[in-house]
Write a protein that binds this ligand. Structure first.
Ligand SMILES: [Zn+2]
Ligand SMILES: [Zn+2]
Length: 387
């Protein structure tokens, strides 16, 4: 099977490189990836996929499917193609998306014999309002058996690690303006409510678990020193290792805002100001299967990624479908993500070699899930235990 995959990979490589390079040359921000998503859809159609676009109401989202006439598991590769302001494809999503498209096309060439489906999901706006959150909530993964995405990084291959669950909250306090010197007793100070919210949260920090992260800013803090501020606003990101604990922590943060409103006499309105992300619950069996498959195409060691730091929208997928989010290197050097230098790495032969071997490993992973019922049963058992 390895040789068969390598032969097809060699044939499609020029098209995959052209896809990655064209998107690199024309970076589009989240939810505005019109050309990028169209290039994906065109290539997948050319290879026999049926493409729904727009998908679930997102104009730059798509779902491409190739269904074998025979039954079997449904394997999904998730593709991103959004860029960053100022630094273009500083996160390498031009290459990430092309890798998933390649994996989908490779698997498509195998499923006529094995059964099953090859699915590529185009997931817009990972850097801002990640579409995977909406997809997961609206049942996009209901009929899928595994969801796989591999992200570019520097230096090493990394296993699919963990990411932090995250929620956002905006507190808006309404007080009463008054002359700050002559009639302060007539006022209700909304800035004090904001400052007390920060103080309450700082007091809370002593009783939080080590993985808790609460970080905020004041977006409105009053108009003039001689007016008691009547309208002030602050915003926080609240993060934790697991979404179960995050739920509790989030409620504690809300209580900090409510207490501040009570102490000052302000009215309080609150709302999430961006989509929240679940933590990434990596399916370990699926991750070890991917590492085994990668070993067929690369001699590189797959490293442990260490502790969770950021948050990814694939986290939400991991609670509705067995999911992995490992990393492949696009440079041997240590280069920070979200930079022009990192974007430029996607243009090198080194990166393109790694992209193709990663796509081959993703396809072989899908093939093995389809042809090894025992492996799929193990993946499912682990996923059920998570729920
Ligand atoms: Zn990024
Ligand atoms: Zn990224």
């Amino acid at each position: 099977m390895k040789d068969r995959i390598l032969t097809i990979a060699k044939e499609i490589r020029p098209q995959i490189e052209a896809l990655s390079d064209a998107i690199y040359a024309n970076p589009e921000l989240g939810n505005r990836e019109y050309k990028s998503s169209e290039l994906h859809a065109e290539l997948l159609k050319k290879h026999g996929f049926t493409v729904q676009k727009p998908y679930l109401g997102l104009p730059t989202g798509y779902r491409a499917e190739y269904r074998s006439p025979k039954p079997g598991p449904h394997i999904c590769y998730m593709a991103e193609y959004d860029a960053l302001p100022g630094v273009g494809h500083g996160c390498g999503h031009n290459m990430l998306g092309a890798t998933s498209v390649a994996a989908g096309i490779l698997l498509k060439n195998l499923v006529d014999e094995t059964g099953g489906w090859a699915v590529v999901l185009g997931t817009p706006a990972e850097e801002t309002n990640g579409a995977k959150v909406e997809y997961a909530a609206r049942g996009a993964f209901r009929d899928l058996d595994a969801a796989i995405i591999c992200h570019p990084t520097s230096q090493e291959y990394y296993k699919s690690g963990a990411s932090l669950a995250m929620e956002t909250i905006e507190f808006e306090f309404f007080g009463k303006a008054a002359h700050a010197a002559s009639e302060p007793e007539m006022g209700i100070n909304a800035l004090d409510a904001v400052l007390l919210t920060f103080s309450n949260i700082n007091a809370l920090r002593q009783q939080t678990k080590p993985d808790a992260r609460i970080h905020g800013i004041i977006t409105e803090g009053g108009e003039a020193c001689n007016i008691i501020p009547e309208h002030c606003v602050c915003r926080f990101y609240v993060r934790a290792g697991k979404k179960a604990y995050l739920k509790h922590l989030y409620q504690q943060v809300i209580n900090c805002g409510k207490a501040a409103a009570a102490a000052t006499g302000c009215k309080l309105q609150m709302r999430p100001f961006e989509l929240g992300y679940d933590d990434l619950a990596t399916n370990q069996r699926l991750d070890s299967l991917f590492a085994e498959c990668l070993g067929e195409f690369s001699s590189a060691k797959v490293e442990d990624p260490g502790e969770a730091s950021g948050s990814v929208d694939a986290g939400n997928v991991s609670y509705v479908c067995p999911t992995i989010h490992p990393y492949f290197p696009i440079t041997k050097k240590s280069i920070a993500g979200h930079t022009r230098e990192f974007a430029a790495c996607t243009q090198t032969e080194y990166a393109k070699d790694r992209m193709m071997e990663t796509a081959c490993a993703m396809a072989l992973t899908g093939y093995r899930i389809i042809t090894e019922p025992q492996t799929l049963a193990e993946i499912r058992r682990e996923f059920k235990a998570l729920k």
